[in-house]
Every structure is written in C-alpha cells, then in structure tokens.
Ligand binder design. Sequence first.
Ligand code: AP5
Length: 228
Amino acid sequence: MAPETRVPERLDRAVIFLGPPGAGKGTQAKELARVYRVPHLSTGDMLREHVSLGTPLGMEAKPIMARGDLVPDSLVLKMVRDRIEQPDCSHGFVFDGFPRTVAQAQYLSVLLRQNGYRPALVVHFALDPALVLRRITGRRMCKVGGEIYNIYDRPPKVEGRCNNDGGELEQRPDDREEIVGPRLQAYEKQTEPLVSYYRRLGRLHDVDASKSVEEVKQRVLEIVRGAR
Ligand code: AP5
C-alpha cells in the first residue's frame, strides 16, 4: 500500500507552510490536509473570499493584494484567530501563507498556547526565484473547488476545465507578470526573516520545492511523521 493511502495518525498540531510565492505551498497544504483530514487554512484564500464578498475587510485588502503588498497584520490576525477557534480545527490544521511577518509569528505562538496546542511545525519550501515566474504566471485555479493547475507543468486534462468537477479555471489577478516582482520583494523583506526566526527556535524543516509535486509531498509527509 502506498504510504499516503494508509489510514493516518492524527495531526493534533499546527503545521506552517512557509516559502515564496508559487513555491507550491497551496498545492501541498491541500494534500496534507486531505491526508490528515484537517482544515487547510490559506490566508490568501480567506482574503480573496472577503474580496469577492465585498466585506469591509475585503474592500480594504483588495487594492493592497492587487499591487502585491502584504495586508496589514491588524486585519489578518483577527481573521486567523476567529478561524482557528472553530471546532473543526481541534485536531490540528495546515497554515498556508500565514504567518508572514515576525509579528504574526509571535501572535500565533501565543494563540496556539492559549488554545492548548503544541508549538507549530514549520515546513520551509525553498525555491529559486528564477522558477517563481513560471509557477505563478502558469497557475490556473478552479472557480468551484479551488484545485490548482499549471498550464506548463500540471495542465488539466481538458483545457480550461477542472479535472475534478469540470469547473472553469481562472487566473488570479495578482498572478500577472508585473505583480510577481512586488510579491517577491514583499516576501524577501517581510517574510523571509521568519526562516531564521523559526530555524533558531529549532522548528524549521527544509524542503526542496523545485522537485516534482509527488517528491515534495513525500518529503513533507516524512517531516510531519518524523517530527511526532
Ligand atoms: P497567497 O494566496 O498566500 O499567495 P502566495 O504566498 O504568494 O503564494 P501562492 O498562492 O502564490 O503560491 P503557493 O506557494 O501556494 O503555490 P501553489 O501551490 O499555488 O497570498 C496572496 C496575497 O494575499 C498576498 O500577496 C498578500 O497581499 C495577501 N496575504 C495572504 N496572507 C497574508 C498574510 N498572512 N499577511 C498579510 N497578507 C497576506 O503553486 C504555484 C504553481 O506551481 C501552480 O500552478 C502549481 O500547479 C505549480 N506547482 C506547485 N508545486 C509544483 C511542483 N512541485 N512542480 C511543478 N509545479 C508545481
């Protein structure tokens, strides 16, 4: 039996996926969340939902996301706290795109402690910036289920349609080539310091994100199982 098809042990912790735009965090977070049957918490997806619903938070976040900057911590932290206090998070969850600043990481460690969780396990997706452009400009997402494709490396069976539910595939507004540079700069300036922050705490595990989706998945599972 393939390792990932075994009935999994419980996760019972927070796992953080950290890495540059397009590194494959969302692709792998969906997989890990599926294997352990826990929620996949993407702050990018949550913010995009607020934008599409036109909530006050969404209206504030929309222009910031469109230019590739980070949304202020004050908006993101409350959204995250409300989400992880939901009952479906009680057996652990996978964060994708959070924390993204040292202030967010410090807030999260207090929040986890207050909610009775162990310290988070951090998986760092290392990807050469030269590969980021191809990953991002080639990405297409299903409008229905959010499945992630890449027109260059992971195309759907039928062009423009999701393999799972036939939903229409769309490109994110911030995946345009001219927004990739600002997103990478925001990552390098505000998020990359978290790599050394978590490394110093002994919580960081590196993954070579340039490998195939399956190879990265196996490495992530090895880390998560080995860290128990
Ligand atoms: P967010 O949605 O979090 O975007 P991101 O971090 O820039 O990451 P991406 O979603 O672009 O990439 P990914 O690593 O998930 O890659 P994916 O798996 O899709 O954030 C968007 C915006 O929201 C931010 O700019 C900010 O404004 C705001 N925001 C969000 N969270 C925030 C926070 N905490 N604080 C403040 N602001 C926040 O893969 C990419 C492509 O590569 C896909 O096409 C995929 O098919 C392909 N691919 C994946 N893995 C592989 C592989 N191994 N080989 C080949 N192709 C692969």
